[in-house]
Design a protein around this ligand. Structure first.
Ligand code: F6R
Ligand code: MG
Ligand code: MG
Length: 366
């Protein structure tokens, strides 16, 4: 059977700052989807990562389906009403446009979707990150799909020996989608040359070269490119099909042990290590650290199992401990150098005014 996985997520308000949505808000989202989507979707799962709520659903309508996107938009609007009533902080903050016009992409919420012919055993992982941007997935998915140091299947499994194609998008180019397909292993230096720049070039999707089957879909929204000003970090979601011709679950998870430094953290303006956390994680230290959660599922005729929490294991307690040390290390240097993002990526305009004022006060020595 052909099935579509769609995940649509937005920050529509949270308790006590940009920390976690309220129970009433999550309940409203759950009930709204349950009520309104009866004839539209096969199954769904509602979760939050930090202050973001994600609607994961299965259906047979294909990607970028207007009705599915409208359902998510209407759900986020209904949730925003509850957030406003409760006085939640940042109510409706990711809903950047006034009216729905056929596709939720470019309106604020993040979207990742894959349509595929369901295998007899169809496992996948749904990742959600908070306090960071889509470039946070570049290193782990490059390593998980292209580097035998992390993905042993590239040398051990005949099903994976053809490698993978990376579709990379230039997110600075906003008039239309500017994309490039690069093939691993032959073009890994070119892939690395682009993915080096996490703020500009990000992985949009990945395909098995042998079959052409899609393995990955990643949301690539840059909120500041839509709004032209600070509106929160993009907090990306990703769907990764695993096992068989794709990397094993553990191969995809392995690179998250690095806790690599990503853009985001406090005011979306710093670098901090990405911490793999348990499902429904909250946010804390310095509005961070940037977090990623992973829910693994099997899907059968579009019906989802319950989620398995991929980072809920004693091993990841050790990793979280190490990454906490890394977070403290970089925070020790406050605003200095690489601790804070470069000028072009700072999410708050205040510094621009400040520097303009100071510029006028400079004097020139003869
Ligand atoms: C980062 C984030 C937070 C806020 C910070 C200030 O993406 O959402 O770190 O930037 O809490 O928030 P405001 O400007 O809403 O007071
Ligand atoms: Mg937020
Ligand atoms: Mg968020």
């Amino acid at each position: 059977m052909k099935v579509t996985l769609s995940v649509l997520k937005a920050d529509i308000g949270s308790i006590g700052g940009h920390i976690v949505p309220s129970k009433a808000l999550l309940d409203e989202v759950k009930n709204f989807v349950k009520e309104k989507a009866k004839d539209l979707i096969i199954d769904f799962y509602i979760s939050h990562t930090g202050d973001d709520i994600a609607i994961l659903c299965t259906h047979d309508r294909g990607v970028e389906d207007e009705k599915i996107h409208k359902l998510a938009w209407d759900t986020f609007l209904a949730g925003t009403e509850v957030a406003k009533k409760q006085g939640l902080y940042g109510a409706g903050q990711d809903l950047l446009k006034d009216s729905f016009s056929g596709n939720i992409k470019g309106m604020g919420p993040a979207v990742a979707e894959i349509e595929f012919d369901e295998r007899p055993n169809e496992p996948f992982i749904f990742f959600a990150a908070d306090k960071t941007d889509p470039g946070c997935y570049s290193l782990p998915f490059y390593l998980g799909f292209a580097d035998p140091m992390y993905c042993s299947g590239l040398i051990l499994s005949p099903k994976m020996s053809d490698g993978f194609t990376f579709r990379i998008i230039d997110v600075e180019h906003t008039e239309n989608d500017k994309i490039i397909d690069l093939h691993s292993p032959e073009e890994i230096y070119d892939i690395a040359a682009l993915l080096r720049d996490c703020e500009r070039y990000v992985i949009e999707s990945i395909y098995a070269r042998g079959s052409g089957n899609q393995a990955a879909s990643i949301s690539t929204t840059r909120l500041h490119n839509i709004a032209g000003k600070y509106t929160g970090k993009d907090d990306p979601v990703a769907l990764i099909r695993v096992q068989g011709e794709f990397p094993a679950t553990g191969e995809i998870l392995a690179p998250f042990q690095i806790g690599h430094l990503v853009a985001g953290f406090m005011r979306g303006s710093h670098n901090g290590p990405l911490m793999p956390c348990k499902l429904n994680a909250t946010i804390s230290y310095f509005d961070g650290p940037p977090v990623v959660t992973g829910a693994a599922f099997c899907v059968n005729n579009g019906k989802l199992t319950e989620p398995a929490d991929v980072f809920d294991h004693p091993f990841w307690d050790y990793v979280r401990f190490q990454i906490s040390k890394k977070a403290v290390d970089i925070r020790q240097q406050g605003f200095s150098g690489p601790a804070m993002l470069p000028y072009s990526e700072l999410e708050y305009g205040g510094i621009v005014d400040k520097l303009e004022k100071l510029e006028k006060k400079f004097t020139y020595r003869d």
